[in-house]
Ligand binder design. Structure first.
Ligand code: ADP
Ligand code: MG
Ligand code: ZN
Length: 729
């Protein structure tokens, strides 16, 4: 079984070098592809783990990998992180002195360097090409590859010359990586790099651990302070539209005892850099910023991103919220929304050329729909990026956690589809609404649409109602947008079927953010995950990390990331080997930073008389608690249970047993994302009812009960876990 062996060695390498136990998403297939020497194109959302896709092959292959990266700040950061793992990575850019460059070149040519980060502008220099020809380059990775395209949001002219440089180096495999994936940009990148043959690895854009919420912009400062009080000590970013607002909010927060700093283009460069560094080094908890902040910030433990003002586009919103929870743990994305903000943004566009103004208007309209829609936020965002999210309730957005009241929308959807059909699929939203409502307008008459059967059939509802219905039929895949003509709506196959044989469909009403005075019921966020680790020890470890980081002049997360500290606060490692087996640690980091952490844990364990793995003769208990925290983290991220079992090499049954143990020891686990996919609501209710009325939660009794005869053991066990989590804990 060569395949299995190869898989194992890759995993072993992953553990040995980076301390991680499992690959995420597409990482493993991408890495294999690169190792086979093929051109590779990786599209993964921010925070999904693109870097590892080229870092690991760079370590396995002979020679040195060249990584092209657009920002000098980002480069240093990545090199610091790799060095912390004991990997010899270096960077070449304009910040180095002549003698530093000479030394660097020598090390590269000697074969001491495994990864060399270069800025694109360096590549234009003849001397660097000559030097790279002497070094043994294994492959070229192009990070943030969308910078090549004028259609992307961050075009860099120097990126255009990359292909010429690669050609000069002789033909070698190229790997391009980006988080921005509009089809147009994709094609542009491939053309420019002449890698039309590349294997493309497109990942889902779903960020499972992010929680999305939109709140009305009322008493916003009060709401903000309340939120921050509940999340005190956590790292977060607050985005505002203007510099003035940034200053104002930063001040407000400082007056209220929070540790906040402003960041915007109007600040002195020194101050700006200092504020950013302080944020990375945990001297400052909160950065209040204009959108200029964040690009190139790889801080993995940003726990919340707040949009104090409405962003200009959903793309921007998604990029910015994407900066939360890169480490896969909690990430709350909160937006304050008002119509007023939209009007302000429209006014900004007043002086732009017509086409640009129109484009901006369409983007703002998407924003408006997103904010006001009653549909799952996740479903909407993914729909916007061309992806269908099929789960009915994501469990991690305001619209799913507090579903809006639903009504039977069958007739309304029918009218909408009829209107699209009768107008021959050639019109956009506003016109369709006018036809349905029977509006007497010149445009309608010029097409003779007042004579259509559907005309005026929906007169008893207002325009907002119909806009909302149309949006929902789009997201539920009855309609689609025409690719060729902007705004035109067409009927999809599901819509055709519906018109032939309508089935009941439930819709919800939009949020109403306009109602003056009366406050929409304030939404309390459901806690996303409960703390399964030793909070006191975790805080001590965090303080230690900060101390060490200061001494070494590195950001704390370069030392150890939060998930690793959480795991230490669960498994209490007291030997080097145990510490090395913590996810994200590895021997390299143990040697570099482990000593004081081990001492701290040992003292803590002694003081608190905690029984650790070392005390227990049966060694496997380490693995037990390790599996436990792994499962809790994976469930938090809504990873499929099969996948979790798979990556731990246990059966589904064994996994269920572990989960049951976790629940019985008092930790709540939310499995709704998995159960909702497997059992419909009425079936869930039936099993739930059984446990509510039963005198015992014994599985054997449930299996023998007549009412439960239709259900499999698996289903009953899953529902029992849900029941225990909701009632017993
Ligand atoms: P991207 O470049 O896609 O935005 P990064 O490469 O910066 O993302 O990775 C984001 C975070 O994910 C980092 O903190 C990294 O340590 C972590 N990470 C990457 N791969 C893994 C893995 N296999 N297991 C656990 N954490 C990982
Ligand atoms: Mg990256
Ligand atoms: Zn949702």
């Amino acid at each position: 079984m060569i395949v299995a062996e190869e898989k194992d060695t890759l995993r072993e390498k992953l553990k040995e070098l980076f301390g991680y136990t499992t690959f995420r998403g597409n990482q493993e297939v991408v890495i294999k592809n690169i190792l086979e020497g093929k051109n590779t194109f990786v599209i993964m959302p921010t925070g999904a783990g693109k870097s590892l896709c080229y870092q690991l092959p760079a370590m396995i292959k002979d020679g040195m990998a060249v990584v092209i990266s657009p920002l000098i700040a980002l480069m240093k950061n990545q090199v610091d992180q790799l060095n912390a793992y004991g990997i010899n990575a270096r960077f070449l850019n304009s910040t180095l002195s002549k003698s530093e460059i000479t030394r660097l070149k020598k090390d590269c040519i000697n074969g001491d360097v495994k990864l060399l980060y270069v800025a694109p502008e360096s590549l234009n220099k003849e001397e660097y090409i000559e030097f790279l020809l002497k070094a043994n380059v294994s492959f070229v990775a192009i990070d943030e590859a969308h910078c090549i395209s004028e259609w992307g949001h961050d075009f860099r002219p120097e990126y255009r010359k990359i292909k010429t440089m690669i050609a000069q180096l002789g033909n070698m495999p190229v790997i391009a990586l980006t988080a921005t994936a509009t089809p147009k940009v994709q094609i542009d990148i491939q053309k420019n790099l002449q890698m039309e043959d590349a294997d493309i690895f497109l990942s889902s854009f779903n960020r499972k651990n992010l929680y999305y919420e939109v709140r009305p912009k009322k008493e916003t400062k009060k709401q903000l302070i309340k939120f921050l009080k509940e999340n005190k000590g956590k790292s977060g970013i607050i985005y505002c539209l203007s510099r003035k607002k940034v200053e104002e909010i930063a001040q407000l927060l400082n007056v209220n005892g929070f540790n906040a700093a402003p960041y915007h283009a109007g600040l002195d460069p020194d101050v700006r850099v200092r504020n950013q560094d302080n944020f990375l080094n945990e001297e400052v908890d909160i950065v209040v910023a204009t959108i200029a902040f964040g690009m190139g910030i790889d801080k993995p433990d940003v726990r919340f991103v707040i949009h104090y003002d409405v962003p200009k586009s959903l793309e921007g919103y998604y990029q910015e919220t994407g900066r939360a929870g890169r480490d896969g743990l909690e990430g709350i994305c909160l937006m304050f929304y008002s119509h007023n903000d939209l009007s302000k943004l429209e006014k900004f566009n007043k002086d732009k050329p017509v086409q640009e103004r129109e484009n901006s208007r369409i983007l703002l309209q998407e924003m408006e729909f997103y904010a006001e829609s009653p549909i799952c936020r996740r479903k909407q965002l993914l729909h916007y990026f061309g992806e269908e999210f099929k789960v009915e309730n994501c469990g991690a957005c305001d619209n799913c956690v507090h579903p809006r009241e639903r009504f039977d929308g069958t007739e309304s959807v029918k009218l909408v589809l009829q209107a699209v059909k009768e107008t021959n699929e050639r019109f956009g939203l506003s016109h369709l609404v006018n036809v349905i409502r029977g509006v007497d307008d010149e445009y309608v008459k010029s097409y003779g649409h007042e004579k259509l059967p559907v005309y005026g059939k929906g007169a008893d509802e207002g325009p907002d109602f119909w806009k909302s219905v149309i949006r929902q039929t789009l997201i539920y895949q009855y309609l689609e947008k025409d690719i060729d003509s902007v705004g035109v709506l067409k009927i999809k196959e599901k819509g055709v079927k519906f018109l032939k044989k309508p089935e009941t469909i439930e819709l919800a009403r939009d949020h109403d953010y306009t109602s003056e005075g009366e406050e929409e019921e304030s939404i309390e966020r459901a806690p996303i995950h409960s703390k399964a680790y030793d909070v006191k020890l975790f805080e001590l470890l965090k303080a230690e990390r900060k101390q060490i980081a200061k001494e070494k002049d590195l950001p704390p997360y370069v030392i150890f990331q939060d998930p690793s500290l959480e795991e230490m606060a669960t498994t209490y490692p007291t030997s080097k080997e145990e510490l090395a087996s913590v996810n994200g640690v590895g021997m390299g980091k143990v040697q570099k930073f482990g000593k004081s952490f081990l001492e701290l844990i040992k003292d803590y364990v002694e003081e608190n008389e905690i029984e650790t793995a070392a005390d227990v003769v049966v060694k496997s208990s380490v693995n037990k608690s390790k599996i436990k925290i792994f499962i809790i983290q994976q469930v938090d991220r809504k990873v499929d249970l099969e996948e979790i079992a798979d990556s731990k090499g246990i059966t589904f049954e064994e996994l269920l047993t572990e989960i049951e143990n976790i629940c019985y020891s008092g930790t709540k686990l939310n499995l709704d994302y998995y159960i909702d996919d497997m059992l419909d609501e009425s079936k869930q209710e039936e099993i739930f009812e059984y446990f509510l009325n039963s005198e015992t939660d014994s599985l054997d009794e449930a299996l023998q009960d007549d009412d439960m005869a239709d259900y499999s053991e698996e289903e009953i066990r899953l529902m029992r876990i849900k029941f225990l989590s909701e009632y017993a804990n």
